[in-house]
Design a protein around this ligand. Structure first.
Ligand SMILES: [Zn+2]
Length: 258
């Protein structure tokens, strides 16, 4: 019993029907999947998937790569409410080859922090090459009480300082397939320092397939590789790590059993 706490299931990303991808996850012991829509163009597709597959949870947000477009936060709010989404996001900052300016990205991130606070939902945060600004924004939001419903830094590969500060603010750090990459010693070292009760696992499928599948399209079934690596570096059994990350997921997203 594992949960893939972050993946994208837009049909355009897969060469097979999403029903096959979901079925393979379930046979691999991945009993729940948190599917992420990060562009308004994908909101209807995720809404339909959530209706169709009881094993899916959903989160809706606007990714920083779309921050230069005209934003409709009311529309985002409508989808979150009618879908029963468990979080707001992914949202955040991405300064890697960004088309949107930093100002546009920060404004869009702030408006989704406010939305999460208003709806009493946790935030699913993306941060790439933007750790300083992400940290400043989170610090301020935390002081203002806007992170009271929790947050996760998804696909975490930032610094130890960032990890420690996120933990202090009650945040979660999610390990992706990157944790299994041969050249990712630094990421593994940082994860050894993160308390067990702040850990999540994810695929970020269809991206970032774990070793030894690196380079192939990723899918939720492969979250087991990351979970096994995380168990190894934390010195607990895989069963124990499944239990810990599932409890963490349920605590963050306020779920009992689904
Ligand atoms: Zn993602």
């Amino acid at each position: 019993m594992t949960i893939d706490s972050h993946c994208h299931l837009d049909q355009a990303d897969y060469t097979e029907p999403v029903s096959d991808v979901v079925a393979r996850a379930q046979s691999a012991g991945v009993d729940h999947i948190l599917a992420v829509a990060c562009s308004p163009d994908d909101f209807d597709e995720l809404l339909n998937l959530l209706k169709k597959y009881p094993c899916l949870y959903g989160t809706f947000g606007i990714h920083p790569e779309y921050a230069h477009k005209k934003q409709d936060i009311e529309n985002l709010k409508k989808y979150i409410k009618k879908s029963g989404a468990v979080a707001v996001g992914e949202c955040g900052l991405d300064y890697h080859e960004a088309e949107a300016t930093k100002e546009q990205q920060r404004a869009l991130f702030l408006s989704q922090i406010d939305l999460a606070h208003e709806l009493h939902l946790p935030l699913m945060i993306h941060s790439r090459e933007a750790e300083g600004d992400t940290r400043d924004i989170l610090r301020k939001a935390y002081k203002e009480g806007k992170l009271a419903d929790g947050f996760v830094l998804h696909c975490f590969s930032g610094s130890l300082d960032m990890a420690k500060e996120a933990v202090k603010m009650g945040g979660y750090l999610s390990a992706s397939g990157v944790l299994t990459f041969k050249n990712a010693d630094r990421v593994r070292e940082i994860f050894t320092e993160i308390p067990l009760e702040n850990l999540l696992v994810e695929t970020d499928a269809p991206y970032l397939a774990p070793h030894p599948l690196r380079g192939k399209p990723n899918e939720p079934a492969y979250v087991q590789y990351t979970l096994a690596k995380l168990a190894e570096i934390k010195g607990v059994s895989e069963k124990e790590m499944e239990k810990i990350t599932t409890e963490n997921f349920n605590r963050l997203y306020k779920r009992g059993h689904k």
